[in-house]
Write a protein that binds this ligand. Structure first.
Ligand SMILES: Cc1cc2nc3c(=O)[nH]c(=O)nc-3n(C[C@H](O)[C@H](O)[C@H](O)COP(=O)(O)OP(=O)(O)OC[C@H]3O[C@@H](n4cnc5c(N)ncnc54)[C@H](O)[C@@H]3O)c2cc1C
Length: 239
């Protein structure tokens, strides 16, 4: 929020830094919420810009993850000139535009995440062939059941979207449940691998390490629970 955008003639001059920008190293454009009026009341001094990543003054520095990959980055902006026509919404209305962006990110994210989870559940079932331990069998069955529940939640989400054109809060349920399921499932898979699981540095190892960030990216679980409480269950707004 401290990244500043100052209006000068037909462009904004942007200075500041953003962290956690997925795929910034290969992106041609980024969406950027800037502080355009530091004296405005909270939420009213923000302006939403679409920035050409090839502009002079844009520097992308990769961040190494626990998986060994660097799929997200820090972006530094030094006197970057952004044409006024690259502004989305009005000056000072960046908060509303950002909330709409996040609503759409979560609204449709569940479909892709569930498809990926289905691949993992199928791989888990292959790994589980011949398992007789009752507790393990229950845990494996739970993952299949949760996957079906996610699929039907996504159908509800799609119905809301088709009826209203606006994603509903179901997307937050799907993202929350998916992230928890993915962490549980990858842990279970490594347990099923037994001793091999300890030294495994293959697909399941990668999946488990990558899953750690699932409960943070695209909204932390705590924030998503707040959204579900307020918008699905109708509980009073948290402070
Ligand atoms: C793999 C990965 C990729 C990412 N990619 C992007 C990206 O491309 N673009 C981008 O903009 N961001 C990206 N992020 C950043 C991500 O969106 C934020 O890290 C996340 O939203 C949490 O915000 P924060 O880091 O500011 O933590 P904070 O908001 O400071 O939260 C810190 C802790 O406080 C809790 N908390 C905060 N507010 C509340 C509340 N109201 N009620 C209860 N608990 C609360 C949180 O749950 C968390 O545990 C990515 C993060 C990860 C891990």
């Amino acid at each position: 929020m401290r990244t500043r955008a100052e209006r000068r003639d037909g462009h904004y001059v942007v200075n500041g830094q953003k962290v956690w920008s997925s795929f910034a190293h290969i992106a041609d454009f980024c969406i950027l919420v800037t502080l355009s009026d530091p004296d405005a009341p909270r939420y009213q001094g923000l302006t939403y810009l679409i920035v050409d990543m090839h502009s002079p003054g844009v520097e992308v520095r990769p961040l190494r993850q626990i998986t060994g990959e660097a799929e997200f980055n820090e972006i530094f902006f030094t006197d970057v000139e952004v044409p006024v026509e690259n502004r989305l919404g009005e000056e000072g209305e960046g908060w509303q535009v950002a909330m709409t962006t996040l609503l759409h990110e979560r609204g449709t994210l569940g479909f892709a995440l569930t498809a990926v989870l289905e691949v993992s559940v199928r791989k888990l079932l292959v790994l589980a062939e011949g398992v007789e331990d009752a507790d393990l069998r229950q845990r494996i069955a739970r993952e299949w059941i949760e996957l079906q529940a996610l699929r039907f939640t996504n159908y509800r989400s799609l119905t809301t979207l088709m009826k209203t054109g606006i994603p509903g809060p179901e997307g937050s349920i799907a993202k929350l449940q998916w992230s928890l399921a993915n962490q549980r499932l990858t842990k279970l898979a490594r347990e099923l691998l037994g001793h091999d699981g300890i030294v495994d540095d293959g697909w399941w190892n990668y999946q488990q390490l990558r899953s750690r960030g699932n409960t943070i990216e695209a909204g932390t679980s705590e924030v998503l629970r707040n959204i579900v409480a307020e918008r699905v269950l109708g509980l009073p707004r948290s402070r």
